[in-house]
Design a protein. Structure first.
Lengths: 172, 642
């Protein structure tokens, strides 16, 4: 089976971990993220009838005291950027994280997940902001950790992007 | 290309003379020299026919020449190309030149060739085996033998090892402690022993892609519980990265940031790094450095050699690394206390001794069982041969042998046979005998003896349904024997012809004595000749005694007194005289107290002489009275046989 490393990035407390918790196979507790800065999980997705083993590195959230360690992105094939719909600055942090990834690991396929879709009326991130992102060619998926919506989609979409990217690499 | 074909083709419309007036200003033919001179000449219909045909033939020839000059080198080339395209032999030769390279290229690109060929290869393999399995068998036999041997020896070794260790530790204080530990933790005892005697054991080996932390391969020792190797590989890499970050932040950048060992009490993780991949060995206990130098380092080197290109172009496909798995398996080393390395384990001497003792015990048990069974059969045969014993059931019950059947109370005692004639332990034999009467002659005889109790001097014999008695017996016994003999089962007759009545002996003797007496008479008279008084007294005493004894023998005495004369004289006178002489003696006996009812008298004249008369002396003897005594059965008036 093909294995791919992906990372889960986002601002502090955007709910990354709880977002994927129900969808991945996990053998370590969430404590690892605070102690080590990362926790590794596994997720099997199907792309074009082919199973791909996504090894998910859930990285500690970025805030004013702690920066995401970019060395963890080494060897990653793609990443999920997570923002919190109710906090506008988390989208800013996501943008900044993307910049940093581009600087450190090069351009990688990614998906932007905006969490807390169940609270959409209270969102600070409005449709215009989302449209701006999409205008830049980003894939944006609204999801909810609470009702489990959109997460499976996000994984599959990322896996598709990754296999398309590596496929085009091959053909070139 | 269209142009070339057109030039080649003689029928091509481009060069047809009839079409020469066609506007060809855009035609590539314009590059052809000599051609522009002709295009605008019209065909004149009024020209004679032969002149026209001559001109046409000439033009044809010119054209052919033109074509030759123009395109001969290309034509040769095209002919060659056509030849190559159409001749399958050439095509095959050419394909063969590029086939290997093509396969290599295709395989580097993706797996589709392998997938496409797989069914063909499988079918070819099947049909080859079907046609003649020998070549395939010969090809794989060098692999099969060692593989089977290896797997059997590994299984055997691990079994004996576990057995030995369990045995070794079962009866010691340490063993008891471990048993308690096994019970407490719910782990098998063998495993607890293994862990406690372990110096070190490589439990798991990961082959990890250095950059991404993806698991390339993973092996684990037998009976080691493992977590998802994909996740663990990632986490191992993440933790190394975390430590490196920490070290960098705390102590500044280092030249070599390799982490060799993670040490956690009784477990260690050793890393052996190559350019693209790293081996992580999870070790329980303390391994010596030789593990790294002799196994881990050579393994990562060998894997890099074998998988150089796969590693360089690694894009998540881990399947090719399975080929290098034996290198990882080599790293699953272990060492036990006292050098009991399972790989070098030998069966210790005491195990062999134990097995030998076990075999000896089994042999001894088998011998004793066989001997006891022989003795038992022997006992049964003895019982079967004993008259009056019938075995109806025998066998073994609750570890004791038992025998049951019928036994004539007169038969030999089976318990005595058991005690005296066999070596069986009577306590281990249960018997149950139902009484019955056997009809063997010896049993009838024995039963007759016990029933009739014959006096000494009487022999009882049984044969053909007849019980015979011989010898001397009291009269009463004889009477009883006659009565009871018939009551004995299977006795149909009692033969007492050889039996002498003891109580009849004296009467018989008296009878004979009495009958020997002869009372002589004076010639022609009933006067008793003189000189016979003493003899007469004896006779009378004998008669009286006989009469007295007879009742004890169950007899009644009858005495017939017979008178005789000599041959002298008249017959009828002699008759009368003889009767008178008999009456004289009768009267005499009666006078001496002999009951008249016992006596009878008759005369027979000279018809029964005692001796032939040749002299007077003979006559004197014949003039007499003789007595005939009968001892009659007291109950039957009939005379007894004697």
């Amino acid at each position: 089976m093909i294995q791919k490393k992906i990372c889960l990035l986002g601002a502090f407390a955007v709910g990354k971990t709880s977002l994927v918790a129900r969808f991945v196979k996990s053998i370590y507790s969430d404590q690892y993220i605070t102690t080590v800065g990362v926790k590794v999980d596994k997720k099997v997705v199907k792309v074009d009838d082919r199973e791909i083993n996504l090894i998910v590195w859930d990285l500690a959230g970025e805030d004013e005291f702690q920066k995401v360690q970019m060395s963890y992105l080494s060897g990653a094939s793609g990443y999920l950027l997570v923002a919190d719909g109710t906090r506008l600055n988390t989208l800013e942090i996501a943008r900044m994280l993307r910049e940093r990834v581009n600087e450190n690991a090069g351009k990688l396929p990614f998906i932007l997940i905006i969490n807390k879709a169940d609270l959409e009326p209270e969102w600070e991130i409005d449709d215009q902001a989302i449209a701006e992102c999409e205008a830049q060619g980003w894939t944006v998926i609204k999801a909810s950790a609470k009702i489990g919506e959109g997460v499976e989609n996000a994984f599959t979409a990322l896996a598709k992007k990754i296999s398309t990217a590596s496929g085009s690499e091959r053909d070139s | 290309m269209a142009l070339l074909i057109a030039i080649f083709d003689p029928q091509s419309s481009i060069l047809d003379p009839r079409l020469r007036n066609t506007d060809m200003s855009d035609s590539p033919l314009r590059i052809v020299p000599n051609q522009p001179a002709r295009p605008n000449q019209p065909v004149r219909p009024d020209q004679p026919e032969d002149a026209a045909s001559n001109e046409a033939a000439q033009k044809q020839a010119e054209l052919a020449e033109l074509r030759r000059l123009l395109v001969e080198p290309e034509q040769v080339q095209i002919n060659n190309i056509l030849e190559r395209l159409n001749n399958p032999r050439i095509r095959a030769r050419e394909t063969s030149r590029t086939l290997t390279e093509a396969v290599r290229l295709r395989n580097a690109h993706d797996d589709s060739l392998t997938e496409a060929l797989a069914p063909t290869v499988v079918t070819a393999f099947h049909s080859s085996v079907k046609k003649d399995p020998r070549p395939v068998a010969e090809a794989i036999s060098p692999l099969m033998g060692p593989a089977i041997r290896h797997s059997i020896s590994v299984a055997l070794r691990s079994m004996i090892q576990k057995f030995d260790q369990a045995l070794q530790h079962s009866f010691t204080w340490r063993g008891v402690k471990w048993r308690f530990q096994a019970w407490r933790t719910g782990r098998p005892f063998a495993e607890v022993v293994l862990l406690n005697t372990l110096v070190y054991r490589v439990e798991q080996v990961f082959l990890i892609h250095k950059q991404s932390g993806l698991r390339l391969d993973h092996v684990a020792a037998a009976s080691v519980a493992t977590q998802d190797a994909d996740i663990v590989s990632g986490m191992l890499t993440a933790i190394q990265e975390a430590i490196r970050n920490f070290a960098r932040d705390s102590f500044g950048p280092a030249q070599d940031e390799h982490i060799d060992t993670l040490d956690m009490g009784d477990r260690e993780v050793w890393f052996e790094s190559g350019p693209q991949a790293v081996i992580a060995a999870v070790i329980r206990g303390k391994a010596s450095e030789t593990l790294r130098s002799d196994f881990l380092a050579p393994a990562i080197e060998a894997i890099h050699n074998e998988q150089r290109e796969t590693l360089a172009s690694f894009d998540g496909d881990t399947a090719p690394f399975e080929l290098s798995r034996p290198h990882l398996e080599d790293c699953l080393q272990s060492q036990f206390e006292g050098g009991a390395d399972p790989a070098k384990f030998k069966v210790p001497l005491y195990i062999w001794l134990l097995i030998a003792a076990l075999l000896a015990a089994i042999a001894a048990w088998a011998f004793f069982a066989w001997r006891e069974s022989r003795r038992w059969d022997d006992y049964l045969n003895k019982l079967r041969a004993t008259p009056g014993i019938v075995i109806t059931e025998e066998g073994k019950r609750d570890g004791r042998r038992f025998v049951a059947g019928l036994r004539d109370p007169l038969a030999a005692d089976p318990q005595m046979i058991l005690k005296d004639q066999t070596q069986l332990d009577p306590a281990k034999v249960a018997s149950h005998w139902e009484p019955y009467q056997a009809l063997h002659p010896e049993f009838v005889e024995a039963r007759a003896k016990s029933l009739l109790e014959p006096p000494p001097g009487v022999a009882l014999k049984f044969g053909g349904g007849v019980l015979s008695a011989a010898g001397v017996a009291p009269h009463q016994w004889i009477v009883d024997a006659r009565k009871f003999a018939r009551a004995i089962p299977s006795v149909t007759a009692f033969d007492d012809r050889d039996l002498i009545d003891e109580d009849l002996k004296e009467p018989e003797s008296l009878r004979r004595q009495i009958e020997q007496h002869s009372v002589r008479f004076v010639v022609g008279t009933t006067q008793i000749a003189p000189g016979q008084n003493e003899d007469l007294n004896t006779l009378i005493a004998q008669v009286q005694k006989l009469i007295a004894l007879a009742p004890a023998a169950g007899r009644v005495v009858k005495i017939e007194i017979i008178g005789h004369t000599d041959t002298e004289g008249d017959g009828s006178a002699n008759q009368r005289l003889s009767e008178e002489r008999a009456s004289r003696i009768l009267a005499m006996l009666a006078a001496r107290g002999v009951g008249k009812e016992l006596l009878s008298a008759r005369g027979v004249a000279s018809t029964q002489p005692a001796r032939p008369e040749t002299s007077d002396a003979d006559k004197e003897i014949n003039r007499r009275v003789s007595l005939k005594v009968s001892l009659l059965d007291a109950r039957q008036p009939k005379e007894s046989s004697r």
